[in-house]
Each structure stands twice: as C-alpha cells, then as structure tokens.
Design a protein around this ligand. Structure first.
Ligand code: AFP
Length: 280
C-alpha cells in the first residue's frame, strides 16, 4: 500500500503544476458520462495513469474520464477507481478542486474497498488517506507531511445541500430547511472534495446529493466519488447512507453508476434516516 500512497503523492505534485497554468483549454471529447471534458481533466487522467503504471501492485484502474477499466499489471492485487479532477468546472473561477481515489482489493465494489484517499487543491495542497485511521497530510515544498488524525464529532454545524432545489422531493426540502432552522450554516461550493473536506475538518455536518426528479439515481458516481468518501467518513467516525442503506452495502453494475448520497456525523445521518424511512 505504501507504493500506492507514494504514487498518489507524485500525481498530486504533477496535477498541482498542471492546474497552475494560464490556459486550461477545452477538448472536443466527451467523457463516459457525456460531459464535455476539459483539457485539464484529460491531462490529470494521463498523469495518474502514468504514475500508476509504475506500481506493480496495481492490477486495474478505472477512471471517471475513461469509459472502460484498464488492466495494468496481471500480478497486482489492487483495483483503483479514481476521479482525476473532481469539480474541474471550478478551476477557471479559482475555487478548490480535488482528486479522489478508491482502493479495492481483487475487484471493484464497496465490499472490497481497503483504503481511500483524496487530494484537495486549494490555497494549500492537502491529502487525506484513510486505511485504519483517517489521516491528514499537507504538501510542504516537495514532501507531504503528516498533520493529524481526523475525527468527526457526534454533531456538526454545517449543511451542504447538493442538487437543483426545484427538483428535490418535498420531504428532502423540509429536512434541509429543518437543519437550517436548528442553526446549521450553508457551506456549498459545488466541489465535492472541498465541501466534504470542510465538514470533516470542522467536526461534522451534512453533505447531501439526493435523488431528484431529474436525476432519480443522484449525480455522484459510486466507484469514483461515493464509495471513497463513504469509507473515509466511516473511518473518521461518521456515517454515509443513500437515504436508508449504508453506502458501503451497495453493489454496482457499471463502473459509471451513480447513487443518491448523504455523508455526515451521526446526528445528521440519523435525521436523514428518520425522514427517509417515513417517506420512502
Ligand atoms: P464537475 O466535476 O462537473 O464540476 O462536478 C462536480 C461534482 O461532480 C461534485 O464535485 C459536486 O459535489 C457536484 O458535482 C455538484 O453538483 P451540482 O452543481 O449539481 O450541485
């Protein structure tokens, strides 16, 4: 696992340099989810593919930017699903973005996840790696230095509600409004990595991306976004559900499958469970 941890650090340093250029250009290609790809997405995908190709323990990779999985080393045991640059539409307005990595053993799927990691590119470059514990590292010059372990409190103060509000169900809206009524503060940038990072580091709260009338299966992708963060939140003492079920209990059929998702500390997730049990 150390070799993978080190390879991710190398990708982070290269991606940081790729972001820090004047022209991040658009390509003509569309990714597997039908979105027009930023040239930068493709660059970041290539950087990760190159670095992971050097790591013999990695069997197969799947990228949010690739339609199909790619075999790297027949004898490797790790399967890594990654989103090279999540929130890339925020780069041109200079908001934080991130890379997400789900590390699976022997095959993809939540039940096979053994570690998870993300890198936030903000004013600083930080990396959170969850294995047995969830640990924060900060890029200092050429090296990542360990900062601290991350633990979520039982209850937080932040509310990050995703999805187009006019397409929310009435009970979802009532639940979100209820949290604001209790004094929760709105924190939503449109980048999953910084939004979930903020909740983790400020002790807790709720990030939600529910089923909506236009996206009944949610927007966020299970293998690249949902499972990696579910693993990180659980390891940090929080919880992650699809409304009713623990996200780590879910299967997947296609590597680009999506799921509604809720990540938070215990108090807020219990609230989601109560509301969704009554209404779904
Ligand atoms: P982009 O990569 O297209 O910017 O999307 C980012 C994202 O996948 C995730 O990082 C955000 O949490 C979510 O989409 C935001 O979606 P909404 O704009 O629908 O709230």
């Amino acid at each position: 696992m150390t070799d993978i941890f080190e390879a991710i650090q190398k990708t982070a340093k290269r991606i940081k340099k790729a972001i820090d250029v004047k022209d991040i250009g658009y390509s003509q290609q569309a990714n597997a989810s039908g979105e027009t790809q930023l040239q930068l997405d493709i660059k970041c995908d290539m950087i990760i593919e190159e670095e992971f190709s050097q790591v013999a323990s990695i069997h197969t990779i799947a990228s949010e930017e690739k339609e199909k999985e790619m075999l790297l080393h027949e004898d490797g045991k790790y399967f890594i699903a990654y989103d090279p640059l999540d929130g890339s539409s925020l780069v041109d307005v200079n908001l934080s973005v991130g890379s997400i990595f789900g590390i699976y053993e022997n095959a993809f799927g939540a039940k096979n996840m053994v570690a998870s990691c993300y890198v936030v590119f903000g004013p600083r470059v930080e990396m959170v790696f969850a294995h047995n514990k969830t640990k924060l590292h900060l890029l200092q010059g050429e090296d990542f230095e360990f900062v601290k372990e991350i633990h979520l409190d039982e209850k937080g103060k932040l509310n990050a509600p995703g999805g187009t509000q006019k397409n929310w169900t009435p009970y979802h809206k009532e639940m979100i409004d209820g949290l604001f009524g209790e004094g929760y503060r709105l924190r939503y940038s449109g980048g999953m990595v910084p939004d979930l990072h903020q909740i983790l580091l400020k002790g807790g709260g709720l990030f939600s991306y529910p089923a909506t009338s236009d996206l009944p299966k949610g927007k966020l992708r299970k293998l690249f976004e949902v499972f990696p963060f579910a693993f990180i939140y659980a390891t940090a003492g929080g919880e992650a559900i699809d409304g009713r079920v623990d996200l780590m209990e879910l299967g997947y059929e296609h590597i680009h499958d999506t799921s509604p998702c809720f990540f938070g500390s215990k108090y807020e997730i219990n609230r989601v469970k109560e509301v969704y049990a009554r209404n779904t």
